[in-house]
Design a protein. Sequence first.
Lengths: 580, 237
Amino acid sequence: MSFQIKKNASVYDICIVGSGAGGGMAAKVLSEAGYKIALMEAGPRFDPANPEQQTQLKWSYESPRRGAGTTRAFGDFDMAYGGWEIDGEPYTRKDDTKFDWFRSRMLGGRTNHWGRISLRFGPLDFKRKDFDGKGDNWPIGYDDVKPWYDKVDKLIGVFGTREGLANEPDGYFLPPPKPRLHEMYLKKYGEQMGLPVIPARLSILTKRIDTRRGACFYCNQCSRSCTIYGDFSSSSVLVKPALEYDNVDLFVNAMVREVLTDENGKATGVSFINKTDMEEYQVKAKVVILAASACGSARILLNSRSEKYPNGLGNSSGLIGRYLHDSTGADRAALIPSLMDRKRYNEDGVGGMHLYVPWWMKDASKHGFTRGYHIEFWGGMGMPSYGTGFGMENLNGLVAGKDGNMKKAGGYGASLKDDVRRFYGAVVGMSGRGESIPQKDNYCELDPEVVDQYGIPVLRFHYKWTDDERQQAKHMQDTFEELLTNMGGIMLGDKPGADEDHGLHNPGRIIHEVGTTRMGDDPKTSVVNRYNQLHDVKNVFVMDGGPFVSQADKNPTWTILALAWRASEYLNEEIKKMNV
Amino acid sequence: MDRRKSIKAMFAGTVTSGFMFSGCLTDKEAELKSSDIAEGEIVAGGGYGRTPEELARDQRLVSETFFNEHEMATIAVLADLIIPADESSGSATDAGVPEFIEFIVKDMPWHQTPMRGGLMWLDHESNRRYDLEFIKASEDQQKAILDDIAYPDEVKPQFEHGAQFFSRIRNLVATGFFTSKMGIEDLGYQGNVPNVWDGVPRDVLEKHGLEYDEKILTQSIKPEERNDVMSWDDYEV
């Protein structure tokens, strides 16, 4: 149930801030344990099956801008209410920092539009310092998390294959879909180069895992959030069932400002702005779980200043906001002439790649970097949307026309129209997503001057890539070029050189930002303990990406889910033992 | 959701939809589609899942006018020169491309000055050559101008600004056409419907010299099993 708040609200056992992966998991686990829960979400309610909100199965021409990304960064049908910039909710940067921060204000948060790439961290990923001497080890290892990954696999569903790779642990996998045509090319030529090209691991139900959610019907639109819940989003899979219990109250459009504390320094609840009346309210709770995203939770803690905690709550180490790190990313595409003039058939498949390349090198240090990356693929005969047919002058001069003669690039008329048909489905691309080295000097902090429209001080970012990330991006570019060229591809655009950091995206762009409340055994060098609990304040937990010590080259969601479940069970035990 | 007709439909051998495994869909799935909306009907979410703020923005843009009549007429002529009707489909104007461009320059204001200025450039050039506005020139005269601006790799210096404009409007016309209902059908996109993916058609794989090996065939999802609830008995990690 959901209702408007009055100031004298009752005392909850647990207040959870944020309804994305971490908050959704905490809400599910702890509601089933019987606790009275207040779940706070800064955006509106959302259900992909609500006809007013549904975008799944809409045609490009149902949008007057044909699905372009004018108002939603990833296109009209993408299911993220928010984006890189949100009116009235600025953030700032200093020292030429180019960090970008993607926020989604809605039930389920960013899990409604994400790529569903659901990779476990491997044993090495928790102990990278042992391997290359950089950064820090996690206080926990793969064996600590494995049982929780197993539970997440079974509860939520992920397809893949058991490959027995050392640092890419197998899980409880649903059968994968067969590869698409361009993916078969990538497999053939990738394996010739010695790359492992294996089925992707995506949290999409190729087969049912319960009677509640439907199986994938292959529309390729997971980024629109599935109306039959055939993919994972926190709102559909975790929050929706939790709300069926009467011990969970959902507060929507509730922008949390800070965690409230008493004279003993214990948390007593949170204060928030109700966006519908722009007034401030309080929710009292015995335990507070922050899951507002790595930077969102850091911001709340830094804003929770008091006589006792002048630098923010849980910040005796001074590390809240520090060690902020995102995945690296670089991309390249090529025209594959043998994929021109393709026979048409429905190639939508699942919402994402059917195959990918996990990190394959044992030691890349001779290339000037030490952390790995995986390669994602894109291509195929997808739904035409804004941008389809653009840039024909960059394609139609590259290969001979149907008459066997080269054409002048560009043109117009019937032959141009036919060129759009000929090139449809013939461009293949790939994206590297890699691990960066967390740096203490990459951080978010409170901007000393700027507040948002709710009067809440905003974040200011400081972030620089190091040569490790740049050299890794260079290696990505070389690998992309080799593989695409081997496929007979004609590379599109110029290869980005050192002057462009080899095409390395700005930090934040891959939307895997983590590390701002990192985990450790020593309260001087970490913010939370190995169970996501603040060292300084025992009744406050952080269950988003903030506690990550390092993020591997794996997308963080599956690990956020596993750690949130693990931490929620720990919290349950601690409450029973009266330790919280 | 549990009503299944998959096995029955598969073995009946009467699948006529052209999609072999559509019979593996449940009745309810097979009915799923984008909701039909009558023209002019006001629908919550604007018919495509808009938030209230997004819907208000759409409505404001639709209520505004950017191009004047002469500009719209010029865009229409250009659009049909770029994407004419042929044996497969109609022309850009048949597909509503000028109206799409009117909307898109309001939605993306950075197109406005280059588009307006480009149309002015075109009339200037046409007047200079023929003493006629572009739309009053003959088709051969119009094409003579386009031939000077449509091939960006070999543009003479005096036509560079025209070529910049032409690349922009070619993009907008091509995308406006191929994202319309007519254009999507022309392109042969067959998705955006509930279906069951069972891999690339065999003849296509053969044409490309590829095949699914035994491993892929064994490990991949079987269409008829998609609605079974996964059992983890005998599954070891």
